[in-house]
Ligand binder design. Structure first.
Ligand code: HEM
Length: 182
């Protein structure tokens, strides 16, 4: 994944802990670099190893770490040079959700090796939606949950998210049910 993700993880740890904690996490993860070039592509394994080491260090499950990181990412990426791309889709949660594929496609112009996720939104009842999440990767569903809550917080909306399908050998993508509650 692009170094920007690993830098986001570093910023996430430094926000809640100190530099020594980050060094210990990198050591536990057997990750040599403790800083990353945001615009360079790194092996996905580094990101997963960092999440695993944070989980060991904090006692949170990897899923909990990913959910917390997902929410943090909305702030972190929102303050980056790409932040505006998230906001141009609109001011509401649903507009931004519908704009995610275009947003990642624009980011891909600057990050040619990006393997972006893809989302499809389906309305299933009044203020209830099903979000289909397609990825070349596995194991990031919990991050999506955090990203969704982070996006809703930024647009001042309240949501409830439930995962209703998980990508596996027989299911090609994960699905989340999202209820807008205010
Ligand atoms: C300005 C805001 C954002 C930026 C700059 C950004 C950028 C990125 C980057 C660089 C990656 C790594 C992909 C790779 O290296 O192959 C990524 C992955 C991802 N992004 Fe975004 N992103 C933003 C907002 C969001 C939001 C709001 C969501 C909400 C769902 C989202 C969902 C994801 C997911 C799920 C992945 C994991 C990749 C995968 O599923 O395979 N991103 N994004």
């Amino acid at each position: 994944m692009y170094g920007m993700i690993n830098e986001g993880i570093r910023a996430f740890i430094l926000k809640h802990h100190d530099k020594e904690t980050w060094e210990a996490i990198c050591q536990k993860a057997s990750v040599g670099d403790q800083q990353f070039d945001g615009m360079k592509s790194y092996d996905d394994g580094i990101t997963y190893q960092l999440v695993g080491a944070i989980s060991e260090h904090t006692g949170l499950s990897s899923g909990e770490v990913l959910t917390k990181f997902g929410s943090h990412w909305v702030d972190y990426a929102g303050e980056s040079r790409f932040g505006n791309l998230m906001k141009v889709a609109g001011d509401s949660f649903l507009e931004r959700l519908n704009g995610l594929d275009d947003m990642h496609a624009r980011i891909q112009l600057s990050m040619p090796n990006l393997k972006p996720p893809s989302f499809k939104l389906e309305e299933v009842a009044d203020r209830t939606y099903r979000l289909h999440y397609f990825s070349q990767r596995t194991g990031l569903d919990s991050m999506v949950v955090g990203l969704l809550y982070g996006m809703a917080e930024e647009t001042g909306e309240k949501i409830k998210v439930n995962q209703v399908a998980e990508k596996s050998d027989t299911v090609d993508h994960s699905v989340f049910e999202i209820a807008i509650v205010n």
